[in-house]
Design a protein around this ligand. Structure first.
Ligand code: HEM
Length: 265
């Protein structure tokens, strides 16, 4: 008898169950199992429901937030904690945004289709951090003094760029759910193509805010430069001709690799 059948008469139903009913079947099956067997079943059912990539994305997004909160309350930020919070939330936002932008081109090259399913979570987490970043600026930094906020924004063009990028992110975040995809039809795709504009704007916001000299490679420009290069590369990879060429290259490499595989008699 298989281990699963020994553990619980209902355990076999776990694999056949629809995703939302898996937990149910597990509970019934686990009743008759010992604690260590139950632990094994829990882990198995957990990894059936969530993929490693999905888990990694959620862990990254939430652990960064938890670390920020802990560092804030334990006084573990820099001498200027509000600026540190602003910078860290900004960097998480841009990182998650770039990762969401990378999903489609990476799927085109490596054929890793799961990436397409993870775009939404990455984009929503980017929006979460961008919202925190904006709230820290208006509340913690400027104490909701609106006339001063408007004055500062108008005086510093890099903040204007950040505000424009944020305002463009809002409709994308709110319409990222399936119900809006259905409602908007073809316009959904058009709307979400805004991300091709948002990403360069955010990079510009980052680089401009750092006041470095790109041409002389002076100042804190290395990180913004890396983001800029990645965004440029990802945008180039979306050009139809480039996409086709990359797909053809991938197919050729796969053919070559298959030819090299030893034939097992
Ligand atoms: C309402 C919109 C926004 C406002 C008011 C705003 C404001 C600011 C300010 C004041 C800084 C400079 C912090 C400092 O060094 O003292 C900054 C930096 C930054 N912002 Fe924004 N921002 C906005 C939108 C965004 C968005 C949408 C993103 C990304 C998705 C973003 C990413 C960044 C990054 C990466 C930095 C640089 C962090 C660093 O210095 O390491 N910002 N932003």
């Amino acid at each position: 008898m298989s281990l699963r059948a020994t553990l619980a008469p209902h355990a076999s139903a776990v694999s056949e169950a629809t995703p939302d009913k898996r937990g149910d079947c597990f509970d019934r099956g686990a009743h008759s199992a010992t604690p260590s067997q139950r632990h094994k079943i829990i882990m198995k059912s957990f990894f059936k429901r969530y993929t490693p990539l999905q888990i990694a994305i959620h862990i990254y997004a939430w652990s960064a937030l938890v670390r920020l909160i802990i560092d804030y309350f334990t006084g573990n930020l820099t001498a200027n904690p509000i600026q540190a919070l602003e910078q860290r939330t900004g960097r998480h936002a841009i990182t998650l945004l770039v990762l969401s932008l990378a999903c489609t081109p990476l799927n085109n090259i490596f054929g890793w289709r799961e990436l397409i399913k993870r775009r939404r979570a990455l984009g929503l987490y980017a929006f979460l951090y961008a919202t925190l970043h904006m709230l820290i600026f208006v509340d913690l930094d400027y104490g909701l003094a609106w006339s001063l906020i408007v004055q500062t924004i108008l005086e510093k063009p890099y903040i204007v760029v950040g505000v424009i990028a944020f305002l463009m992110l809002v409709p994308l975040a709110f319409t990222s759910f399936d119900i809006w995809k259905k409602r908007l039809g073809k316009n959904w795709k058009r709307l979400h193509q805004l991300v091709y504009l948002i990403a360069p704007l955010v990079v510009l916001h980052y680089a401009w805010g750092k006041k470095g000299d790109f041409f002389r490679l002076q100042g804190e420009i290395i990180r913004p430069l890396i983001y800029a290069l990645i965004v440029i590369l990802l945008l180039i990879m979306r050009i139809p001709q480039v996409r086709k060429a990359l797909a053809a290259l991938r197919d050729r490499i796969l053919v070559l690799l298959r030819r090299r595989e030893p034939v097992v008699e």
